[in-house]
Design a protein around this ligand. Structure first.
Ligand code: NAP
Length: 437
């Protein structure tokens, strides 16, 4: 049998401790599958005394993860510290430069420094595997990088943040407010004490940036992503969506358009009957549209110790099975040096349907004035409905418009015009409608 594959794990938190446990509990099965043993020979974390729920007695302890990364006693460096800078970046770079394979679950690191790290990995002829960085346990990276050779992707979109999907699912199912659902998510450990990163879309954007590069063969460009979170989604929106045959999801969407690549993260109305609308709670899903395959949807657990460990262990097993001297495939599907510059499509040129909810004064002429602003901007309406407003809005009325396909620029201009006309008693709400099968 080949020599054992020696693993160094930096970070023994939720994911790191689960990875160590799975490698220990599944040691015999992994040896059978990989044809060699996988042994954790070294570990690093901040607190040496903390019980990690797994016996790490046989592994050498390193206070400094960068020292572990450079250690000659490991073949694979597994980075599970997190963060786009600081120790994670320094030690992944050090490990690759020292010729070690790297496995990481760190989407923030890859979204910021992925191309640079891929260049080092490819120069050194080692693997940089990151399946767990996007959608946790769902094997989307492998699917896009390996199983879809020859396919040209036109759009990739998904529910990439379990916290947001949990909140939106409960708001709809139980009629609760955003704040009440967020508090529950925090109590159950689905949301961080500071939830901004999740609910304002940053986490989804990091994952989307990686998918965009894989899908379109371009350099990663996380800073170019248009981003809106879910904190301003109200019960009024959820109810109106339901009445119109839609469900609200926070989606990350990347698509090829005539003016470039669109990358956007925002609350989205998807048809209630679509497959992605059936993805509830903390579950994640990724849909990929290609010329050969058509539309593929993968869904499953997007976070948590076990699900994430499953992806990390899969990446480690791939390294265990790879043959010495074998030229590995490129990290982002194409050689890092050949990734095209990212050509950004401006959000104003986005084309699609729109849901617009306006809270207006209850007076003569408002309805006609709203309709006129739409017509002036060449927006054709699928429906326009007047409702009694929410009880807290007093005598105001709600007008709900659904547009046919139009541009973001036209919608913004029309809504600005309506606001200037002085008919609104509250901020207008605009939610994009996404085509989904
Ligand atoms: N949690 C999930 O469900 C999930 C899902 C997908 C991807 N990920 C990604 O997986 C990575 C780890 O996440 P996590 O949830 O496991 O984080 P976590 O529970 O906060 O664990 C972080 C670990 O890093 C260690 N650490 C921090 N600074 C260190 C330093 N300077 N030197 C050595 N060790 C250091 C900590 O040590 P101490 O324990 O001693 O404090 C801790 O063990 C992140 O990149 C995250 O984005 C997580």
């Amino acid at each position: 049998m080949a020599e054992a594959l020696r693993i160094g794990i930096a970070g023994l938190g939720t994911v790191g401790a689960s990875v160590a446990r799975v490698l220990s509990e599944k040691a015999a099965e992994l040896t059978r599958q990989c044809g060699r043993e996988i042994v954790v020979t070294a570990v690093s974390a901040r607190d040496r005394t903390r019980d990690r729920g797994v016996d790490l007695g046989g592994a050498k302890w390193f206070d400094d993860p960068a020292e572990l990364a450079r250690s000659a006693d490991i073949d694979v460096f597994v980075e599970l510290i997190g963060g786009d800078d600081g120790p994670a970046r320094a030690c992944v770079k050090a490990a690759l430069e020292a010729g070690r394979h790297v496995v990481t679950a760190n989407k923030a690191l890859l979204a910021r420094h992925g191309v640079l790290l891929a260049e080092i990995a490819e120069k050194k002829g080692v693997l940089l595997n990151y399946e767990a960085a996007v959608a946790g346990g769902i094997p989307v990276i492998k699917t896009m990088r390996e199983a879809m050779a020859g396919n040209s992707v036109s759009r990739v979109f998904g529910i990439l943040n379990g916290t947001c999907n949990y909140i939106l699912t409960r708001m709809e199912a139980e009629g609760l407010s955003f704040d009440a659902c967020l508090k529950d998510a925090q109590r159950l450990g689905y949301a961080e004490a500071d939830p901004t990163f999740d609910i304002e879309g940053h986490d989804t954007a990091h994952k989307l940036a990686i998918l965009t590069s894989l899908a379109f063969g371009c350099r990663i460009s996380a800073d170019d992503i248009y981003m809106e979170g879910i904190s301003n989604i109200s019960q009024a929106d959820i109810r109106a969506a339901g009445e119109l045959g839609y469900r609200i999801k926070l989606l990350g969407v990347a698509q090829i358009t005539e003016s470039g690549i669109e990358q956007r993260v925002h609350p989205t109305m998807v048809p209630t009957a679509s497959v992605i609308a059936q993805v509830h709670g903390v579950t994640n899903a990724v849909a990929i549209e290609t010329d050969i395959l058509g539309e593929l949807l993968l869904s499953g657990p997007g976070a948590g110790g076990n699900a994430t460990a499953s992806a990390v262990v899969g990446d480690i097993a791939d390294i265990a099975k790879s043959r010495p001297g074998f030229q590995h495939g490129p990290v982002f599907g194409r050689p890092a040096k050949e990734l095209k510059p990212y050509k950004r499509a401006r959000m104003r040129s986005h084309e699609g349907g729109y849901f617009i909810r306006l809270t207006v004064h209850d007076r003569v002429g408002v309805f006609a004035a709203v309709a006129k602003r739409m017509a002036d901007n060449e927006i054709s309406l699928e429906s326009i409905v007047q409702h009694a407003a929410e009880p807290e809005a007093g005598t105001a009325k709600t007008v709900i418009l659904v547009t046919h396909e139009t541009t973001e620029a036209a919608v913004r201009k029309a809504v600005d015009g309506i606001t200037k006309d002085g008919h609104l008693t509250d901020k207008p709400q605009v939610i994009r409608i996404e085509r989904a099968g």
